[in-house]
Design a protein around this ligand. Structure first.
Ligand code: C2O
Ligand code: CU
Ligand code: CU
Length: 529
């Protein structure tokens, strides 16, 4: 027996410890990997929601009241709005802390006609600054209610302007820099309907609350205490996603339909979720309007997809006594496996049950044409710009309230190519304008995008070409915003600013810090041009 290998007993026990330690470490590592994989699988499993056919629609849909108004001595239509805190009973017997306008949750529908001058007195009774932005409105930048027009806690802001755009379904919501998501999520939002009586097509349902119904669609997460859960679900690439749907602030809502045709004005007022709206029986319906107003003609579709901030007006035809559910099918986010799953791309959610009465008031056929088919030609563009969306920046830059990202000339046409260079979905919204979608990766846009828009989904690795007519209102020292309308992204810096000047070659002024422009409190000053 050779003795070349004769470890001492001390060596042997040390070796034993090392081996035992190694095994222990490997087991620990396996356990950790197992736990992470388990958690991802569990999270993956829980990330998607399917409520199709599982919702008992027990609550009558409420329709937001029309905001009362009066005419002042100068003939302006005056609205008084109070942003406030309150309690809302989403669950019987439970009070949820919420925010709203002239009420505890959401706000009244503001309605004004083309040509009218409006004055809005917005009082902020919250404990913190907020703003109220008129999404889709054509107005001077200092009346826009963006991050440059904060309303201090306890203060009042009184913007005024002349309504000068075609009939459209617009909406309003806070735009406080860095806090937009939270303020909107808590409930500050409402509709702003622009009417154009001279151009209203005969045959389109138009009786508010009867056959012309606003639908503010939002998703929420409630905690066990029935309070709004404000965090994002794990791994969500786009922010707060909830499985509980509110329409006009009502859970599990149904609508009693009394006419053969009903016009539904859909606003996606969610902070992150994209809906792909159809009906549970897959029936076809007509899209008659988009963000910026009526389409040239009704488009028959089975789905209409809406990312946050987008609107669609649809007309649904019903037979006496029947029921159908407005359902959001899995949206086409165009994202990779991970971003799709955790961004709500696999979700099916029931939104609202339509219940037709046993006898329905007859409705005329829809008109063949709705609005002039006006095309903004790309050849009219005086400028061609590119916007690259990635991470939380646009063209590599995060939002800076003092930086002017772009200067354009009032009332000119520009072509904007907006590209998403990310794995996650983004969308793109421009203040103060309507634009047309000239193409998506060189192809025709979907039917519901064939009118005027102000917000579009931009899928990963895709480019959307917009033809934009810049605002008529020039103001060298007050910018308008462009941004991703997934509000967490916006809050995290995915926003830029553009200034509109009077004539080519003119420079923008330096931008005063938010709230430091005396002219933005114009309630008693000069009316908007
Ligand atoms: Cu809906 Cu910048 O806003
Ligand atoms: Cu806006
Ligand atoms: Cu985004």
């Amino acid at each position: 027996m050779s003795t070349w290998y004769q470890p001492s007993s001390g060596h042997r026990s040390r070796l034993r410890w090392v081996v035992a330690g190694l095994i222990f470490c490997i087991l620990l590592a396996l356990l950790a990997v197992g736990a992470v994989v388990g958690w991802v699988l569990w999270t993956y499993d829980r990330a998607s929601a399917n409520t199709a056919g599982k919702v008992s629609f027990t609550n009558r849909l409420t329709v937001p009241p029309l905001a009362p108004s009066r005419l002042d001595e100068r003939g302006r239509r005056v609205f008084d709005l109070t942003v406030q805190q309150g309690w809302t009973e989403f669950f019987p017997g439970n009070a949820t802390r919420t925010w709203g306008v002239n009420g505890s949750y959401l706000g009244p529908t503001i309605r004004a006609a083309r040509g009218e001058e409006v004055l809005l007195n917005v009082r902020n009774t919250l404990d913190e600054d907020t703003t109220l932005h008129w999404h889709g409105m054509h107005l001077p930048a200092r009346m826009d209610g963006g991050p440059h027009q904060p309303i201090p806690a306890g203060g009042t802001w009184s913007p005024t302007w002349r309504i000068d755009q075609p009939a459209a379904t617009l909406w309003y919501h806070p735009h406080q820099h860095g806090d937009t998501d939270r303020h909107v999520y808590r409930g500050v939002a409402g509709m702003f309907l622009v009417d154009d009586p001279k151009a209203a097509p005969a045959g389109l349902p138009a009786t508010y609350g009867v056959d012309d119904i606003p639908l503010i669609v939002q998703d929420k997460r409630f905690g066990d205490d029935r309070q709004l859960a404000e965090g994002s679900p794990p791994l969500s690439p786009i922010g707060r996603l909830g499985k509980e749907i509110l329409v006009n602030g009502v859970r599990r809502p149904y609508l009693d339909v009394t006419t053969e045709r009903v016009r539904l004005r859909l606003v996606n007022a969610s902070t992150a979720r994209v809906y792909n709206i159809g009906s549970s029986d897959d029936r076809a319906f007509a899209v008659v309007g988009s963000d910026g107003g009526l389409l040239p003609r009704p488009e028959t579709v089975r789905r209409v997809q809406l990312s946050p901030g987008e609107r669609a007006e649809i007309v649904v035809t019903l037979r006496p006594g029947e029921r159908t559910v407005l359902r959001s099918y899995p949206p086409d986010l165009g994202a990779d496996f991970f971003n799709d799953r955790f961004g709500g791309g696999d979700d099916t959610l029931d939104l609202l049950e339509l219940r037709a009465a046993a006898t329905l008031r007859p409705a005329p056929a829809l008109p063949a044409t709705l609005a002039p088919a006006e095309r903004l030609p790309e050849s009219a563009a005086v400028e061609h710009r590119r916007f690259e969306l990635s991470g939380r920046s646009i063209n590599g830059r995060d939002m800076d309230l003092s930086r002017v990202d772009m200067t354009g000339v009032r009332d000119t046409v520009e072509v904007w190519d907006v590209r998403n260079g990310d794995g996650a979905p983004h969308n793109f919204h421009v203040h103060g304008v309507r634009f047309q979608v000239a193409g998506v990766d060189g192809r025709q846009p979907p039917p519901a995008w064939r009118g005027w828009k102000d917000t579009v989904l931009v899928r990963p690795d895709s480019t959307v070409r917009l033809v934009v007519r810049l605002p008529r209102h020039a103001d060298p020292r007050t910018p308008y915003m462009f941004h991703c309308h997934l509000l967490k992204h916006e809050d995290e810096g995915m926003m830029g600013q553009f200034v509109v000047v009077e004539r080519p070659g003119q420079q923008a002024d330096s931008i005063p810090p938010p709230g430091h422009d005396p002219e933005s409190h114009a309630g008693h000053g000069a009316p908007a041009r």
